[in-house]
Write a protein that binds this ligand. Structure first.
Ligand SMILES: O=C(O)CCC(=O)C(=O)O
Ligand SMILES: [Fe+2]
Length: 367
């Protein structure tokens, strides 16, 4: 049976003008977000995907490599999508969340029997009374392959939204492909190296997330710390309001700045970490709230569900044994929802890390 908290939209809670969020959203003291450190504007990585497409452009390739090594995410320019499209889909997304709840619930992420399923409008899955809820509502849709789109979940209001989302999907796919091609080239492989493992019909999911104004941003997460269920993720952030933070290697949370007009963000996901045998790592990130509303649109790129997900042969050797066990992409994707509700990485939740000899030795010593 679905958890009773599943039916409560955060936007309605926020509209109640309470002085503080209800206890369901309040984090344990140790988890509460202290202010992130601002990313120095100059050192926040930005790459031009048009330049990445030129194999001779070693300077841009070096920027990409450095961004992947340090942040695991970077801003993107040169993607060719007009600013009107980006502004248009942002506006349409906000308009959708501003509709009356009854209208939005026509696309609810609960079946008539009350069961949760990922697609549609609502909050993320609630499994237990203990789970601290995130301060956001979302609309989650399959966008690719087109034959898998389930139109009953697609908003009909505002009427412009489906077409804008379709256009954004096309533009964003080019970004994801160019990035994956360039990532392959940074390792000395042909540009099809990663793409060939995803299949013809790369599975793509869109997530619009709406973070209502929060009366006490110090007590809640907009979105809890997580790594993405993707090979790569393309994000269209809010044009005015920040909130996304990334965990750096030294344990410090750093603010991702509000990006320049027309810029997108690309984030490495856990499936790339597996495929690349941890050459590329998926950064942990989270969202903090503020007194202002915020909306983002995120596209997750995943292998075809029946594909095998495993470290690519060429990146496994005596020096670097396989660090992850192989599994079906669908098994990983399904495992994500369980892991996310628990606040765990899918790789850890599904226990697919191979014990490395060094680790085993440490464990033996410790025993
Ligand atoms: O809203 C954001 O800034 C980030 C959203 C995100 O990380 C996600 O949906 O996985
Ligand atoms: Fe994310």
């Amino acid at each position: 049976m679905v958890h009773q908290a599943q039916g409560q939209m955060v936007q309605e809670v926020a509209a109640g003008d309470l002085p503080a969020p209800p206890s369901r959203y309040v984090l344990k003291e140790k988890d509460r977000p202290t202010g992130g450190v601002a990313a120095p504007k100059l050192s926040f990585p930005t790459v031009d995907v048009r330049r990445l497409a030129d194999p001779g452009d070693v300077e841009e390739a070096a920027k990409l490599r450095s961004a992947l090594e340090s942040w695991g995410l970077f801003a993107v320019t040169g993607h060719g999508m007009p600013e009107e499209l980006l502004d248009g889909i942002r506006d349409a997304g906000k308009q959708f969340f501003h509709l009356p709840t009854s209208e939005k619930l026509k696309h609810a992420n609960r079946t008539d029997a009350g069961e949760f399923q990922p697609e549609g409008y609502g909050i993320d899955r609630v499994d237990t009374d203990e789970q601290v809820l995130d301060w956001c509502d979302r609309l989650y849709l399959t966008v690719s392959p087109e034959s898998e789109r389930r139109t009953q979940f697609w908003p009909t209001q505002p009427p412009s939204l489906p077409k804008l989302l379709h256009e954004f999907t096309l533009g964003s796919e080019k970004v994801a492909k160019r990035v994956l091609e360039a990532m392959a080239r940074t390792l000395g492989f042909g540009e099809e190296f990663f793409l060939a493992h995803l299949g013809e019909d790369v599975a793509t999911y869109a997530r619009f997330t709406y973070y209502p104004p929060c009366p006490r941003p110090d007590l809640v997460y907009g979105l809890k710390p997580h790594t993405d269920n993707s090979v790569v993720t393309v994000l269209l952030l809010d044009s005015d309001v920040g909130g996304l933070q990334v965990l750096m290697e030294d344990g410090v949370w750093v603010d991702v700045p509000v990006l320049g007009r027309g810029e997108l963000l690309v984030v490495v996901g856990e499936e790339m970490e597996i495929m690349s045998n941890a050459v590329f790592r998926a950064p942990t990130h989270r969202v903090v709230t503020s007194g202002r509303e915020r909306m983002t649109l995120v596209l997750f790129y995943q292998p075809e569900p029946e594909r095998e997900l495993a470290p690519v042969e060429e990146l496994v050797g005596e020096e670097r044994p396989a660090m992850y066990k192989k599994l079906r992409a669908k098994t990983f994707g399904d495992g994500f929802w369980d892991a996310f509700a628990l606040g765990e990485r899918t790789i850890d939740h599904l226990k697919i890390k191979v014990d490395q000899p060094e680790q085993q030795q440490q464990e033996l010593k410790a025993a």
